[in-house]
Design a protein around this ligand. Sequence first.
Ligand SMILES: Cc1ncc(COP(=O)(O)O)c(C=O)c1O
Length: 380
Amino acid sequence: MIPVSKLPQTGTTIFTVMSALANEVGAINLSQGFPDYECPAELIELVNTAMKNGHNQYAPMAGLPALRERIAEKTEKLYGAVYNPDTEITVTAGGTQAIFTAICATIHPNDEVIVFEPAYDAYAPAIKLMGGTVKSLALEPPDYRIPWEMVKRLISSRTRMIILNSPHNPTSTILQQDDIEQLTTIVKNRDILILSDEVYEHLIYDGQTHQSMARYPELQQRSYIVASFGKLFHSTGWKLGYCMAPAHLMQEFRKVHQYLIFSVNTPMQVAVAEYLKNEQSYLALPQFFQEKRDHFRTGLSQTRFELLPCSGTYFQSVRYTGMSDESDAEFAKRLTTEFKVAAIPVSAFYNKAIDYQVLRFCFAKKIETLDRAIERLMKI
Ligand SMILES: Cc1ncc(COP(=O)(O)O)c(C=O)c1O
């Protein structure tokens, strides 16, 4: 028997497709967002020790208390918001599970969710699985600013949620103070939740400020904030993240979380709780990644690609208009097979067929890897 598909339009994610192609043809993989260098040795040591010390059984459903306490301390120190670790923070299997859980817990059939595109590809399928409607708004290069007047026009009595992602994958833009003001005005006196995907919160450059929803009480009160230790500690394969929300929202989140996954790998939680005691573990990240960003941008400026701005994340987008008439999917494929550098075609992050001839490269790579890639890209 063949089940009726709940996601008939959905195929395999572009990240899997491009990484598989990169492996097949032996290309330098700047497509999927993960580092090609090791995560900190100290962190690995802490996981090993936790395992040897017997932390190998189920963690509490909401996450290890020590880890939730560290997260609460970090959040208060950085953004001034006080989250109760017992009732307002849940440890998840990466940001992706937190996103799915928040949507699953709150979106009912026919609810509308506003999504800004290009968007991380996990949002729309989760909304559709819940019977919700994706109301997408396309952002345009080079600045990809949110057109708030158009957002106002999209709002209806069915709007249940707005999904934000800052720093933003794939465009590397960040929310600014005036975005916060516009958002605050729009949601005021309305029953609209915010899902704020902040997995790149510490990957922000040139001394700019991360506009976390946790900084703004009016927004924080209606927000699920999602974070990822995979992104912070160069350990995407550990799939460890968390969600923060006011107690009444977190209560609904946990109703789903407990049956979706119940709890998350224990030794990693023990290790990260310890590792977070050193705040340099995350405060040093902007400089670490800014050096890579600057190195990669300097190299790319010697190619024919047009560099787009990069204020955050570990992605750099480029436009190839004038270099080829191919669609971005075709061009990305040829770049991988002929020039042996894999990138993500940004059209894959749009629901509709929108192609601005933009590619996304990941620069969370060793400097040697970036240099080898630049050498190849200069030949185009
Ligand atoms: C915008 C965004 N949100 C969420 C995630 C998921 O994070 P995790 O790997 O912790 O599930 C990613 C990963 O690439 C991402 O880019």
